[in-house]
Design a binder for this molecule. Structure first.
Ligand SMILES: NC(=O)c1ccc[n+]([C@@H]2O[C@H](COP(=O)([O-])OP(=O)(O)OC[C@H]3O[C@@H](n4cnc5c(N)ncnc54)[C@H](O)[C@@H]3O)[C@@H](O)[C@H]2O)c1
Length: 439
């Protein structure tokens, strides 16, 4: 078993640390934010992620949380899990990565710096040169990108589709591979540049599938096809597979938006215009806004209308609000003069723009509302179609941004219902809502 140091006690760092500890390694997690370290020492997890609290509790004796970089001095592996947000230009901001390199203490033996943060292709070469310049030529460098999905991160770590290891030397790659020895795994060994590109390309491809099916959904709406059936029929083709073919109101989160921008910018910095990725990004931006058009078609003006946003996190089973479509939707609705009520079981509604009323229950959100919008497919929203909800809404309109509900069931229960890429019933558009209240 090894001693693993981790820079960055954010989502990736904590999940990685908890999982390595569960595999039997000793883990030292270092962050620069005292409140985060204090909370982790108290046994609190600063975000919502399934199984992580249990893993941290069960492996306490193998986990240390610190602000002091000196406590990582005898670690054999130094994982970099710091944030790499976009800059104004769309490039990845690597300043935190460089701070880690600059902060490294005198390190005995042959420790290996392992990059888990998502970084542009070429970062490894620059960090390698930076280590050499700092007299740290004896420190190895390996790229080991992260493919965990929020909401299922522990499962993804313990049952990985693949582990990608890009190294300058076989010995360093072997050492990092050995950390995962107890997992059933397929390992892809490659050069550092290719490992960095695998991460960016995998994310870009997933986003492409989402924007693709969203565009198919939009054409379905124009032609009367049902995208749910279309996706089922397409996804059963073995050459294509069913994943990431759910039409909706677009992707968000801490990775896709920033990683797509970073890859587009990386290509353009290298003299290549990545047209397909540019279109994927644009389609996604437009997709978030299509809900406004649907609401207007049913309600006319949105001024003075009350709209309930149900689900705020960028996807279910996480409280992550980074780049969540709910933020764009809330801003657009406020700009249209609507009253916005918002509910989520775990996400912090305070991250929405000012002026949104954040409430504690679905029922509170929909009471007196002119429309309910399913923004995040939380399982509890499957129960949205009920006589109780129908009874408290001023206008029983559901815009199902994630195709979570059964359209026929919703209509039978007396709601006007519109999903994404699904045929619209005549009754849905014919329903005349009460006039908007004067404001
Ligand atoms: N969140 C995801 O779903 C996901 C998945 C795969 C890859 N990634 C990538 O992993 C990286 C981290 O993502 P995240 O979501 O965990 O970010 P995060 O913002 O949740 O966490 C980053 C942490 O690093 C800390 N930090 C910054 N500088 C530091 C330093 N010098 N020393 C120690 N700690 C420092 C910050 O205080 C913060 O706690 C990013 O590059 C991201 O793109 C994220």
């Amino acid at each position: 078993m090894s001693k693993v140091g981790i820079f960055g006690a954010g989502w990736v760092g904590v999940v990685t640390g908890a999982c390595f500890a569960d595999l039997g390694h000793t883990v030292v997690l270092r962050d620069i934010v005292p409140e985060k370290i204090d909370a982790l020492r108290r046994g609190e997890v600063p975000f919502h992620e399934t199984d992580v609290p249990e893993l941290l509790a069960r492996n306490r004796e193998r986990l240390t949380f610190t602000l002091d970089v000196a406590e990582l001095v005898d670690c054999e592996f130094l994982f970099v899990c710091v944030d790499t947000p976009p800059t104004q230009s769309g490039d990845a901001d690597l300043s935190r990565v460089w701070t880690v390199v600059d902060d490294l203490p005198e390190l005995p033996g042959r420790p290996i710096l392992v990059m888990k943060s998502t970084v542009p292709v070429g970062t490894g070469e620059k960090v390698r040169a930076g280590l050499d310049q700092r007299g740290l030529s004896h420190v190895g460098y390996v790229s080991n990108p992260e493919f965990l999905a929020e909401g299922h991160a522990v499962r993804d770590f313990m049952q990985p589709d693949r582990i990608v290891i890009g190294a300058y030397s076989d010995e360093d790659g072997d050492a990092v591979e050995a950390l995962y020895a107890s997992l059933e795994r397929t390992v892809v060994r490659c050069d550092v540049n290719s490992a960095e590109m695998i991460k960016l390309a995998a994310n870009a491809f997933l986003m492409t599938r989402i924007s693709f099916i969203n565009e198919i959904a939009n054409v379905c709406e124009a032609t009367g096809a049902d995208v749910v059936k279309v996706a089922e029929g397409v996804g059963l083709d073995n050459r294509l597979g069913p994943h990431f073919l759910r039409a909706g109101i677009g992707y968000g989160g801490s990775c896709f938006p920033k990683d797509s921008l970073a890859l587009k910018q990386l290509a353009s910095n290298s003299g290549y215009h990545f047209q397909l990725l540019a279109a994927v990004i644009e389609v996604n931006e437009l997709q978030k806004r299509r809900v406004i058009g649907k609401l207007k078609r049913h309600l006319g003006t949105l001024r003075g209308r009350t709209v309930a946003l149900l689900g705020l996190a960028f996807k279910p089973h996480t409280d992550d609000m980074r780049e969540a479509p709910s933020i764009v939707l809330a801003s657009r609705l406020l700009a249209e003069g609507a009253e916005v009520r918002a509910w989520d079981p775990v996400a912090d509604g305070a991250k929405l723009p000012g002026g949104v009323e954040v409430v504690d229950s679905v029922l509170e959100a929909v009471t007196g509302a002119d429309a309910a919008v399913v923004v995040t497919e939380w399982p509890e929203l499957r129960e949205l179609v009920s006589a109780e909800v129908r009874g408290v809404m001023r206008n029983p309109l559901i815009i199902d941004g994630r195709n979570l509900l059964d359209p026929a069931g919703a209509r039978a229960a007396g709601f006007a219902y519109e999903g994404i890429g699904r045929p619209t019933a005549l009754t849905d558009v014919a329903a005349e809502p009460e006039p908007a209240p004067r404001t």
